[in-house]
Design a protein around this ligand. Sequence first.
Ligand code: IFM
Length: 470
Amino acid sequence: MAGSRFPDGFLWGAATAAYQIEGAVTEGGRGPSIWDTFSHTPGRTLNGDTGDVACRHYDKLDEDLELMADLGLRAYRFSIAWPRVQPEGKGPANQAGLDFYRRLVDGLAERGIVPAVTLYHWDLPQALEDAGGWTARTTSERFAEYAAIVGEALGDAVGMWTTLNEPWCAGWLGYGTGAHAPGRSGLASGTAATHHLMLGHGLAVEALRAASSAPVGITLNLNRFIPASDHELDLRAARIADAVLNRLYLDPVFKASYPEDLVELVRAGGGDFDAVQPGDLDVTSRPIDFLGVNFYSTAVIADVSREAEARQAGYVVAPVGARDANAPFGVRQVGRADLERLATGWEVEPEGLTDILVRLRDEYTRGPLYVTENGAAQHDYRGPDGAVHDPGRISYIDRHVRAVLRAIERGVDVRGYFVWSLMDNYEWSLGYSVRFGLTWVDYPTGERVPKDSFHWYRQVIAANGLTGDA
Ligand code: IFM
């Protein structure tokens, strides 16, 4: 590997998710999902934005396939909307839903693009939520049935399967803090939902293996947490943040356990891990073929009792929000005023990506890793020349691609990198307020305009690496 060239066959991709781009929420027999309900509930999303129309991808499938071919993508990561396949979350498949995804995977194959399919990117059928959602063990079983249906229908054409995308968001934010759909909160529901997601993952691995020979993995959103000081309370706080975001999801997959320190904290806070039944952790740790890593930023962590010291040390300490992911454990994220930030407020520190990839190799798995999401939220606009100039995004992706390369140079088996996102889209509770796309979407009309970053990334893909200096 010379200069900034990547290993032969490195998989350059871009990613999206069903609810964020498809729109057409009542077409083709699709049933409602928890995100339809949540986004239509006043006060839940910024400006009351919903995914009803989104990027009109359902109606613009052919145009979007051409866009991907134009970008030169080697792989396209997208998710299947469970409520398109099973409108009520159980029972026989809705053929119109499967037909849509068959057109998509066939269109990718015709263009030489590997379909990288995620089964669950947060759009649980509302009917299953009404029966308890992810706090109910039966939802894990329903998920395995859905995985079997999709595996049978598309297994011949899919290049790689991901069971869940970011179970932390679906479980902890959806059922722990309530920041995401379905908006439930509490330690007990957060941990029950987390476990049933991980159980569903393991059952889906088995179902997919029975139906398809394509590699199967899971995608986790991981972060590197930096203690605000060497004080033992800040060190402990950073360990707790690590347990909640990272180890709570890595350990059941790779170590057949949940992190003991977090289990104790949850019990002390009135929650429990009673959803875990004998044998479950054998299921959650069924061998997988790869791990997907979504990475955006790093975070500095302080103990809540040490806010004054953190402020004195120059950190920005905002008031704690009830929906802070670590609020129940007295753990605070504090800001670094000197660091570049994305439009979401996330701090930019690409070295964190190298660190995480190396840590995964050292502590969890020697198996292949893919960076399944990485990208920059910005407030892009279309200039008077009609183009979208986004040098900040190019710089962000450039630095993170280099961070991946540093991990590869240190012997980590990273096989691919996917930009989030192919196009601007619906950013969940932030609605349409920030843009992550390589492609600008004019929401009123659905027009697509490739940004400067799109043209730049096309060159990266064609060259199998970066051509200029950092
Ligand atoms: O848009 C999301 C995506 O759905 C999951 N990963 C993070 C992205 C940016 O927030």
